[in-house]
Ligand binder design. Structure first.
Ligand SMILES: [Zn+2]
Length: 318
């Protein structure tokens, strides 16, 4: 059987298509996404009025009721965009096409833009992806597992100088645990904690009490038996035991590790949550055609209010 990613349905949008559609059509695409709730016709972001004057020469709108002037990107993640709409759409297509993520450096080369522009844009797209996970709760069968990232200490050259890196005193303190909760045929929710067991209160918030939890033998998960029907699989014995496994959680970690090693080389502590969310989104949408993935990300980004984390980035960095 042909691999899904090689089928025509999986490549419904190409960079070639984006660049040949031109700026006008790329603009129309963002306009349709931004005002989707009003059939693509502009709505005043301040008062909600739908009677709008079109200052089409400048691609701006003016509200007939409160006279506010706005554009397709006003008040959204793309508010202070430095790119054309064509480049913005191309960036989104390149970004969704990278199964192991896309490095900002590569995007800056592909689009011939500054590294910082690409860096901020990719983080804004990750933020938009993460919005989909907000408020989601998991039910049915939920696999839970943890994986440790960061805090790598390179061993000394000479064997006699090497330290036992398992000892706490020799660790950097930068190691963090990503905990993934993954509903079978449902969503994946990652969280960052210091140690696996610290995730139990978060599990309480996000997993329904009627769910069945699958976890491995890690002692951090013992507490889960009090709140849920919890089944364990002992990985030192088997990866699947009477149907119980955490293979979906393992697939998620596999993607996150490949993103770390193959794309970003190093995932810095404060950004770990952003990459963890991005990879969860990619796992959950892996069978969605890339054209639809691009529409989902563009729609989430243009529907997002100005980024809190990234809006002031240029002012701060200057
Ligand atoms: Zn208005």
């Amino acid at each position: 059987m042909q691999h899904f990613l090689l089928s025509a349905a999986a490549r419904s949008i190409s960079l070639k298509a984006v660049f040949s559609m031109g700026e006008g059509k790329a603009y129309d695409t963002f306009k349709a996404l931004r005002f989707a709730a009003n059939d693509g016709d502009p709505v005043c972001p301040r008062c909600g009025c739908v009677e709008i004057y079109d200052i089409s020469s400048r691609r701006r709108f003016k509200c007939a009721a409160c006279y506010t002037q706005f554009s397709v990107t006003s008040g959204t993640i793309f508010a202070s965009r430095k790119m054309s709409f064509t480049d913005l759409l191309a960036a989104i297509v390149i970004f969704v096409n990278g199964a192991k993520g896309v490095a900002a450096l590569q995007l800056s080369r592909d689009l011939d833009c500054q590294y910082k522009t690409a860096f901020v844009l990719t983080h804004k797209l990750r933020e938009a992806m993460a919005r989909e996970q907000a408020g989601v709760s998991l039910n049915g069968i939920v696999e839970i597992d943890g994986g440790y990232f960061g805090g790598y200490r390179k061993p000394e050259n000479r064997a006699e100088d090497r330290k036992d890196r398992r000892l706490k005193v020799h660790q950097t303190g930068k190691r963090q645990c990503v905990v993934i909760m993954r509903e079978r045929k449902g969503r994946s929710l990652p969280f960052i904690v210091a140690n696996e067991g610290d995730a139990c209160p978060i599990v309480r918030d996000r997993v329904g009490t009627l769910a069945t939890i699958y976890a491995d033998e890690g002692t951090g998960w013992d507490a889960l038996h009090q709140g849920w029907d919890t089944k364990r699989v002992n990985h030192s014995v088997a990866f699947m035991d009477e149907g119980v496994c955490t293979n979906q959680a393992e697939s998620y970690f596999s993607r996150l590790r490949r993103a770390e090693i193959g794309t970003h080389h190093h995932i810095a502590g404060p950004y770990l949550a952003a990459y963890a969310n991005e990879m969860a989104w990619r796992e959950d949408h892996r069978r969605v055609a890339n054209g639809n993935q691009a529409a989902l990300v563009a729609g989430a980004a243009i529907g997002s209010r100005q980024s809190r984390a990234w809006a002031g980035y240029w002012q701060r960095a200057a």
